[in-house]
Design a protein around this ligand. Structure first.
Ligand SMILES: C[S@@+](CC[C@H](N)C(=O)[O-])C[C@H]1O[C@@H](n2cnc3c(N)ncnc32)[C@H](O)[C@@H]1O
Length: 367
């Protein structure tokens, strides 16, 4: 297994230096979890929230930024729950318990040893091997038992998965299918290096077998080869095709893609949120707007189709990026486009708002 300089943990050795895009990714996860807990605990009569949090690519737990320590994903998740316990109970008469079970795993045993060491020296020490289960192993092998545990413990299967792989092959689409078919209320945040996949196609590209699950077929390669001299356009259309395939094949109905640029790797990374509910996707979009993040796609933000579309060639200068001017334009376009969409989808002159939202949820950057 290749080891990356900036993700290398070993007890007794300096912690890895945190990269800007890793900080940004963790910020998005933390901010989303704040919104998530506020939403799922909104019912005042609830007295316990059971949730399982799975970090399948957890790394060693801490990073260094100059003289400061920075939290990696496992600590970010633990802290988010602790903060939520305080926040949601601040104005409640009847206390709400958040009963969280954590599964942290990584294929690298040195990383797991480093994480155990950091946890045992933290405020979470007493939870280790109790509500915090630590396992060494590849995610796809660990997942079936984790799903079975969740189903045994929680009727609703409320769960949150962080799948922060390096490249693009360590979270096979079948794992996403298992999560979204077995559980009622799962959400996942997935990183996926589309550019690493395209680089692979550029430099080798001999075996498409493992890539078909992402929609990378002979047709895809031919179209992309024809476009790739127009660097941005070729990349963006390929990104959209892969996003659409991930969405379709994962079994998650709603899919919110962020694109982040890594200066170290000089590559764009996809950070996607997957859920079964429009409301969850909408909450994730609020984080996009708030962060004015680096999600880009070719074309407009109002109503768009993921996937390759030749018509995009005509609008290739239009990149949507969650800024104020994009919002104004988006509102104007939606005002023009929505009425016909509504008319076309009415049955006996009726279209339920929730049906409209579920039809267009994936096709707009609007909340
Ligand atoms: C990007 S790093 C994770 C960083 C971590 N989430 C954080 O925020 O600090 C990716 C991790 O995935 C692990 N890994 C690589 N292949 C894996 C696989 N097939 N299953 C599980 N973990 C894997 C690596 O050892 C590495 O620690």
């Amino acid at each position: 297994m290749a080891r990356k300089q900036n993700f290398n943990w070993k007890i007794g050795e300096p912690r890895p230096r945190i990269e800007a895009h890793t900080e940004r990714k963790l910020e998005v996860i933390e901010q989303y979890l704040d919104v998530y807990f506020d939403t799922v605990t909104a019912n005042r009569r609830m007295d316990v929230l059971r949730i399982t949090i799975v970090d399948g690519f957890c790394g060693g737990g801490l990073y260094q930024k100059g003289s400061e320590t920075r939290y990696g994903s496992p600590f970010a998740l633990l802290n988010a729950v602790e903060k939520a316990k305080i926040r949601v109970n601040a104005d409640r008469h009847k206390p709400l318990e958040i009963a969280a079970q954590y599964y942290f795993s990584d294929a690298n045993k040195l990383h797991m040893a480093a994480l155990r060491d950091e946890l045992l020296r933290s405020d979470f020490a007493r939870q280790v091997d109790d509500s915090i289960i630590l396992q060494t192993g590849e995610f796809e092998h660990i997942l079936p038992k984790v799903i079975a545990d969740i189903k045994g413990r929680q009727r609703q299967g409320r769960s949150f998965f962080v799948l922060d792989q390096w490249g693009y092959m360590d979270v096979p689409v079948k794992c996403l299918q298992q999560i979204f078919s077995a559980l009622d209320k799962p959400e996942a945040i997935l990183t996926f290096s589309i550019d690493a996949l395209l680089n692979y196609l550029r430099t080798d590209g001999s075996g498409l077998e493992g890539l078909r699950q992402f929609g990378v077929t002979e047709d895809f390669v031919n179209t992309w080869q024809a476009l790739k001299d127009d660097e941005n356009f070729g990349r963006a259309t390929a990104q959209r095709t892969i996003m659409e395939n991930l969405r379709r094949n994962s079994g998650a109905h709603f899919f919110t893609p962020f694109m982040m640029y890594s200066k170290t790797d000089k590559r764009w990374m996809l950070l996607a949120h997957l859920s079964k509910h429009q409301a969850a996707r909408d909450k994730m979009l609020s984080v996009h707007w708030d962060q004015q993040n680096h999600f880009r796609h070719i074309g407009k933000g109002s109503l768009f189709e993921l996937g390759f579309d030749h018509r995009l060639a005509e609008s290739k200068d239009a990149l949507f990026s969650f800024r104020e001017e994009d919002e104004t334009k988006l509102m104007m376009e939606l005002e023009n486009e929505l009425p016909s969409r509504v008319m076309d989808n009415m049955i006996d002159d009726v279209l339920m708002v929730e049906d409209l939202l579920s039809q267009i949820g994936n096709l707009t950057a609007a909340q």
